[in-house]
Design a protein around this ligand. Sequence first.
Ligand code: 2P0
Length: 361
Amino acid sequence: MKASEFVSNIELELPKSGSVSWKSPSNIALVKYWGKKLNQIPANPSISLTLDACHTKTSVQFQEITQEQQNFSFDLFFEGEEKPAFKPKIQTFFERIESFVPFLKKYHFTIHTSNSFPHSSGIASSASGMAALALCLMEIEQKALPEMTEDFFYRKASFLARLGSGSACRSIRGSLVQWGMHKPIPESSDLYGITYPFEVNEVFEDYHDTILLVHKGQKTVSSTVGHGLMEGHPFAINRFEQAHSNLNALKSIFAEGNLAEFIKIVESEALTLHAMMMTSHPYFLLMKPDTLAILEKIWNFRRETGLHACFTLDAGANVHLLYPSSQKERTIQFVQDELVAHCENGHYICDRVGNGSKRLM
Ligand code: 2P0
């Protein structure tokens, strides 16, 4: 689909007021999105596991404004309190999606949002937050266009979420979501995420992700700045090609449930992401000494036990420990015995693969 197909040309019969509410999960990329072009177009394809416990709940009350106005009209409450600091991000989001959501200036919106994870945990809330808000807007559009197909509803929600934050387009549905043009996946698109269309072994349907919170403070470099530094990066072309070849290699790995090969790709992707940061100009480092200590311990644990725990990293110091549910007891014991000591205040979050966003109420 082209972007123009998400513009609604019909005069919508909009409700005067109402309320909509969605819950969207976070996601963790296996093949990383790092580098983008204009209009939130990714420089390479990515694929992620949709999570479950880490989520954002957003409700939007909408009230018709009789006189159409110049500016967007909205109030934003985060965990029950008005949060002016979060408004510019929503303002930018509304500006980017205005041509696809023609009713944005016809309403006053009261947005209430909250996260299941602490705001300052180093877990990005932009993916789950933008996904939930995009779904709320789609539900308002659907009220005016009830004949809209379910497929279009979710696809456009992903399309809108991407314009808020790239990785958010992978937080609409579960459980393995691919985003970005990749020739061997004809359905793939730079504009929205799709459910991975090939065979996936059941071992991945219930994969666990224990998030080790190494550093909960503000990151020194935002993801948006990091993406920008891939422009003119000396290794960019090779990196983007590598993402395509890793996505190809995952096809048989997903089908067969080949965990040894899965680990090689996932850990290499995580380290490559951080290697790109370390070799940008200006260069930067988001890992902390405790991040490295955890990675070493995971390698030792795997060598000693033959189990399949592996790591991936986001754009931050926290470590995502991935493992099959059948190895849960021993892996959690390992976390408690060895890894908790490296987490800020001993904090970690037990999450697992989930089924995607849910409408609330
Ligand atoms: C990913 N990350 O694939 C990669 C890996 C972080 C590391 O997408 O500028 O918040 O809002 O489009 O989506 C984080 O970047 O960036 C990200 P914007 P986003 O999950």
